[in-house]
Design a protein around this ligand. Structure first.
Ligand SMILES: *Cc1c(COP(=O)(O)O)cnc(C)c1O
Length: 368
């Protein structure tokens, strides 16, 4: 009875495609998908439960299709003079990106991105039938304004996707690059700021560029800094006209009443929810220091993870860590692995394991 995917009448452009595949094994120390490793504090969890309890009383009704309370909460959280009309939310920023590509991409259209970057950008492009154009990066994974403009002039994409700080490299995004890209295209420019809260305090972000730039979209998520990955809440800030475009493609009632209630309650406690961010940043910086002392080459990072080079055999090191009940991410970047910053104890477990592994699998010196 069972048939294979290839035997189904699937779209030709999806034949041979590979699904998103970060493994989800049960291990003691999971540092592979950049989750916030700190659970939601009890007092916040109680408030979220009370809000969900209230929402359950009217669960027989469809949710607020415009999630007005949530958009007002998100606007207040972001500041920058943004109002509810500039905000839009969905089930994770992945759905935000999907809606963006449904509205502005699609068959016959293209999106320019700069690998190595978040793998879902190209996967969602494929799912929406949008051609993915892979741009190149400069030294140390940076993208200069000139490089971005050169790719835009060459390919005339309908959308340009940036990721700052970039996953999986941690690289900061130069806002001059975003400004130059915006001026060089008549298309949509999206900056994925999933890791914005882990940037050094006081840094400008693409939110500062929004006034007067109606085609600029800044995507954020509650999955990382807010320790809310399981709730699935992503959002964007943009001109209200962009949001009108998304209303054409979103499914009605896409955000459940329970999701809306949970997110509104969590945002009320933003300072507590974000109080772990400084801890995580401290553990990240510790990883960078200690990996470097071991002889590896960690890259500059403004996120909650570290990409490090000098790994002689990434698959072997990955397997040795897994044997110690620790999982990191092998993204297929030669000589590299990526590790998420954990709690102090998880970070210690990872660093101790690496010190031991590096004795049998010594790091290779990378010539800069
Ligand atoms: C983790 C991550 C996200 C989060 O996606 P959600 O769907 O909001 O969980 C988005 N963008 C990047 C670059 C990420 O690394």
């Amino acid at each position: 009875m069972a048939i294979t995917l290839e035997e189904l009448p699937i779209r030709d452009d999806l034949r041979g495609a590979v699904p998103y595949g970060a493994p989800q094994p049960h291990v003691r120390v999971a540092l592979n998908v950049n989750e916030n490793t700190h659970p939601v504090p009890r007092e916040v969890a109680d408030d979220i439960l009370a809000e969900i309890d209230a929402a359950l009383r009217t669960i027989n009704r469809y949710p607020d299709r415009e999630f007005t309370a949530l958009r007002a909460s998100l606007a207040a959280y972001l500041g920058h003079g943004l109002e509810a009309a500039h905000l839009w939310a969905a089930n994770g920023s992945n759905e935000i990106i999907q809606q963006l590509l449904q509205a502005f991409g699609g068959p016959g259209r293209s999106v320019l991105g700069f690998p190595p970057t978040y793998s879902m950008h190209s996967i969602i492009a494929a799912g929406t039938g949008t051609a993915w154009i892979a741009g190149a990066r400069d030294a140390e994974f940076a993208i200069t304004a000139a490089t971005a403009v050169r790719h835009i002039d060459e390919h005339h994409p309908d959308l340009v996707f940036f990721c700052g700080p970039n996953n999986p490299t941690g690289t900061p995004l130069d806002l001059e690059t975003v400004e130059a890209a915006y001026d060089a295209t008549t298309g949509i420019v999206m900056v994925d700021e999933a890791y914005a809260e882990f940037m050094p305090h006081g840094q400008r972000t693409a939110l500062d560029l929004l006034p007067g730039r109606e085609r600029l979209v800044v995507s954020r998520t509650m999955s990382k800094a807010f320790a809310f990955a399981g709730a699935r809440v992503g959002y964007l800030a943009a001109d209200p006209a962009v949001i009108d475009a998304l209303r054409l493609v979103r499914l009605p009632y896409h955000l459940s009443s329970l999701t809306q209630a949970a997110a509104v309650a969590a945002l009320r406690h933003a300072p507590i929810m974000l109080s772990m961010v400084d801890d995580i940043v401290a553990q990240r910086d510790r990883m960078v220091r200690e990996l470097r002392a071991m002889g590896y080459t960690p890259h500059q990072t403004w996120s909650n993870f570290v990409l490090f080079g000098g790994v002689a055999d990434p698959q072997a090191t990955f397997a040795s860590l897994l044997a110690k009940d620790i999982i990191v991410r092998d993204l297929g970047i030669p000589g590299h692995l990526r590790v998420s910053a954990g709690t102090a104890a998880e970070t210690t477990a990872f660093l101790d394991a690496m010190r031991e592994i590096s004795r049998s699998q010594p790091p290779v010196r990378v010539v800069a």
